[in-house]
Design a protein around this ligand. Structure first.
Ligand code: ZN
Length: 451
């Protein structure tokens, strides 16, 4: 078989792995590059002809770094089907439409204030492009097998995010397994990743390949932060991924209120239309979760759902203690930017990033202690307290990935470590080589391999 790494090979974003097997070409994920500008610029390059000519796309899960380039691919002429689990399809619809809207907004704002150096800013893709891509998604349930020519495709749940799966491609006796993003065994919402028994060729993610999650309790840490901040009259801002993370935060905040660890009457705002929609999807697909149905049903009880932009603008002017959950999770766009502009200059407030921050994002800058960040073309001083709670990460840490790898019956003949910053990918490569004695390498961006 032949593998060509079109993304997530030297970084954690832009997952696009083209596999050619038994005469069939399958594109595993079609993600957007995020973070450093030099990476984001790759989103504007035209898709390689080999990608446009793929027989199908198989989507591991709905996160934009895995799905966010689909509208661009379809607009450029891709004609095949896109396979994903039913839950991934539902989430991808919400996420791709939101992504298109954000890009249209950014382009409009850039043109209005002319802070772009291009002549006229254009969106990477439009809402219409996103709708065309969504219409191509065909549901494939975990455990079912689909034939694409002589290749059989199947999906195995791996926790991480509602609907997320590893992908298995099998042709005759040859099997390729792609981990997608691996969840953790102790995730708040998702069950632990299922074991996959067999792979001849394996692609495994390495987001946390060089790190272990802290063992501290998510609920205790967030509870302490909220109590301290409220006591000094400040608000807690939780920039959050709208899908998955926001629901985990709501779950913990509800438990903190129920056990009296934070004031029961403290206002909580969910300020993200996408997070509101995603919460409904988590409630609809509750059978896929590890949380009791009745707890999921009460996730938004007493929470103010801020759907309209005007309401959000008003909320940003408030000056008394509250907890605000708003997207995006790495402060790269969305309503959270207005809250950051208001809250960051005041040391009473606390901004808590609940998860991994890709290098080059505002989130990564703030977590690293930047004295100011640029928002909408102006510098905003960062005097508020800033923390990061990796306990909310949706990814397996290095031990978690190694545990999943030990579930295979026999060593794959070749393992590729993808989806990690250079240090993380290389650390995981070393552990796989030393502890498992497998043949393993980190592919370069654009690398092609015959295996
Ligand atoms: Zn993911």
């Amino acid at each position: 078989m032949h593998i060509h790494f079109h993304g997530a090979a030297d970084t954690v974003t832009g997952s696009r792995h083209l596999v050619e097997m038994a005469g069939t070409r399958v594109l595993l994920d079609c993600g957007m590059f995020q973070g450093y500008k030099v990476l984001r610029e790759r989103n504007w390059l035209p898709p390689a002809p080999a990608l446009l000519g793929a027989d199908a796309v198989v989507l591991s899960h709905a996160h934009l770094d895995h799905s966010g380039w689909l509208p661009r691919l379809v607009r450029s002429g891709f004609r095949g089907p896109i396979y994903a689990t039913p839950a991934t399809r539902d989430l991808a619809e919400v996420m791709l439409l939101d992504s298109a809207r954000l890009q249209e907004e950014d382009a409009r704002r850039a043109n209005r204030y002319a802070y772009t150096r291009h002549d006229k800013a254009l969106p990477l893709y439009t809402t219409a492009d996103a709708k065309r891509a969504i219409a191509k998604i065909v549901p494939l349930s975990p455990g079912r097998e689909l034939a694409l020519g002589r290749v059989h495709v199947s999906l195995t749940p791996v926790g991480h995010l509602l609907g997320a799966c590893a992908v298995t491609l099998r042709a005759g006796h040859d099997t390729l397994v792609y981990s997608g993003d691996l969840g953790r065994d102790d995730d708040l919402l998702m069950p632990a990743p299922h074991r996959v028994a067999r792979a001849d060729v394996l692609l495994v993610e390495s987001t946390y390949g060089d790190r272990l999650h802290p063992r501290d309790d998510a609920m205790q840490r967030l509870g302490a932060i909220v109590r301290d901040t409220v006591a000094r009259g400040g608000s807690v801002l939780l920039p959050s991924f709208a899908v998955g993370r926001a629901q985990a935060l709501l779950l913990v905040l509800q438990r903190l209120k129920a056990t009296g660890q934070i004031p029961r009457r403290l206002p909580i705002y969910l300020d993200s239309p996408m997070a509101i929609e995603a919460t409904e999807l988590y409630q609809r697909h509750r059978r896929l979760l590890r949380v009791a149905a009745r707890e999921i049903a009460t996730l938004t009880d007493g929470v103010t759902l801020v759907a309209r932009a005007a309401q959000s603008a008003k909320l940003a002017q408030r000056h008394y203690p509250a907890v605000i959950i708003s997207a995006s999770g790495m402060a790269t766009g969305g309503r959270v930017l207005h809250h950051l502009k208001t809250l960051l200059p005041d040391p009473r407030h606390h901004v808590v990033f609940a998860g991994f921050q890709v290098g080059g994002t505002r989130g990564a800058h703030l977590v690293a202690g930047a004295p100011s960040v640029k928002i909408h073309g102006e510098y905003v001083p960062a005097r508020a307290q800033v923390s990061q709670l990796e306990v909310f990460s949706g990814h397996a840490d290095a031990d978690g990935v190694m545990h999943w790898l030990r579930g295979f019956d026999a060593p794959p003949r070749q393992t590729f470590v993808v989806h990690g910053e250079a240090a993380a990918a290389d650390a995981l490569r070393l552990r796989i080589q030393d502890e498992l004695r497998w043949r393993v390498r980190v592919p370069p961006h654009g690398g092609r391999f015959e295996v």
